[in-house]
Design a protein around this ligand. Structure first.
Ligand code: SF4
Ligand code: SF4
Length: 113
């Protein structure tokens, strides 16, 4: 019998990149090419109102796009208010609002029309 320590081992968080879809990253890059120069610095999140009041994190959303983890960002991306504050701070000049729009278009097929 296993001892009960009041906690358990977490499930593996391993991501097999060979098994995740690549079409979401390709779609976002086509829609907004500046996405390619994001360095994942997180500066965009320093000012994000949505991130302040919810668990939304644009940098994480962008990372998940690159990893093809679209299930996780499907609902999250709606929390962005497209205010554009993140775009003003981005040191790489990434058009973050367009990146959000692209993710939204991909994850919500009805908005592609
Ligand atoms: S601030 Fe710009 S470069 Fe940094 S994570 Fe955000 S989008 Fe990427
Ligand atoms: S546009 Fe969206 S991600 Fe950027 S600061 Fe505004 S709410 Fe946050």
């Amino acid at each position: 019998m296993k001892p009960d320590f009041g906690y358990s081992i977490n499930q593996s968080q391993k991501i097999d990149l060979d098994q995740t879809p690549k079409d979401v990253a390709a779609f976002v890059l086509r829609f907004e090419p500046s996405f390619a120069i994001c360095i994942g610095c997180g500066t965009c999140m320093a000012t994000c109102s949505a991130g302040h009041f919810t668990h939304f994190n644009l940098r994480m959303a962008q990372l998940m796009v690159m990893r093809g983890q679209i299930k996780k960002i499907h609902e999250d991306i709606e929390k962005c208010m497209l205010c554009g504050k993140c775009q003003m701070l981005c040191p790489r000049g990434v058009n973050t609002r367009n990146v959000v729009l692209a993710i939204h278009r991909f994850t919500h097929p009805l908005s592609r029309t």
